[in-house]
Design a protein around this ligand. Structure first.
Ligand code: ADP
Ligand code: ZN
Length: 213
């Protein structure tokens, strides 16, 4: 069983890396942001409560986050493990997480803030299939059209300059400090800016795999 958490500032490509990692080890990719966006799109009760926080780039209040994470992890729908993307993001969430779940490693992607801003601003998303693009590295063949399904590319609603500033500030003030705590517990594997997933995979292979459930 492999249970990983992936952390990194906005624009670090953590979602992409989490996806690759999940494919590499046959893990379930659990993105808290994606679950929240699903609720907003489907106008669920939770969706209407969290929408404003998300659009403004603020962290959603802890009770709502831990309920969602608990519900998702209680599903136990993985055979080989999971990679959790976007949780925990502050001290209270970390406490809740460490008390309730065992994890093998936290992969922390590091990225200077200036690069993060540039990368977020070049990010586009297919409005139809959800595929991610990047106007610097991963351009669509036809401008603004998805290679995969022909859908229209859009910017995420929380990729406005104001919301980006808020999200990076939340990351610096609330998420960054928990890295120290996780480091003390010797759970951290650090991956640099241009680190490719194969390097992360290699690093993780150094961790003895826990064969128990
Ligand atoms: P990003 O990492 O670029 O902010 P995500 O897709 O991971 O994007 O998350 C989108 C939004 O969902 C966040 O800006 C925040 O409002 C909310 N969110 C996601 N995970 C958490 C969390 N662990 N705690 C609080 N809010 C969260
Ligand atoms: Zn598409």
């Amino acid at each position: 069983m492999r249970k990983y958490v992936i952390m990194g500032p906005q624009g670090s490509g953590k979602g992409t890396q989490a996806g690759l990692l999940a494919r590499g080890f046959d893990l379930v990719h659990i993105s808290v942001g994606d679950i929240f966006r699903w609720h907003v799109q489907n106008r669920t009760k939770l969706g209407t409560r969290i929408q404003r926080y998300m659009n403004e780039g603020r962290l959603v209040p802890d009770e709502m986050v831990s309920d969602v994470v608990k519900w998702r992890l209680d599903n136990h729908d993985w055979r080989h493990g999971f990679v959790l993307d976007g949780f925990p993001r502050n001290a209270a969430q970390t406490e809740f997480f460490l008390e309730n779940y065992d994890i093998d490693a936290v992969i922390a992607i590091e990225l200077p803030e200036a690069v993060a801003i540039e990368r977020i601003q070049s990010r586009r998303l297919c409005s139809s299939c959800g595929l991610d693009y990047n106007l610097i590295q991963l351009r669509p063949h036809i401008p603004n059209i998805c290679d995969n399904c022909g859908g229209r590319l859009v910017t995420r609603e929380d990729d406005t300059p104001q919301a980006i500033r808020t999200r990076l500030l939340e990351y610096r003030e609330k998420t960054q400090p928990i890295l120290d705590l996780l480091r003390e517990k010797e759970l951290i594997v650090t991956a640099g800016l241009y680190c490719m997933v194969p390097r992360v995979l290699d690093a993780l292979r150094l961790f003895p795999e826990d064969t128990g459930e």
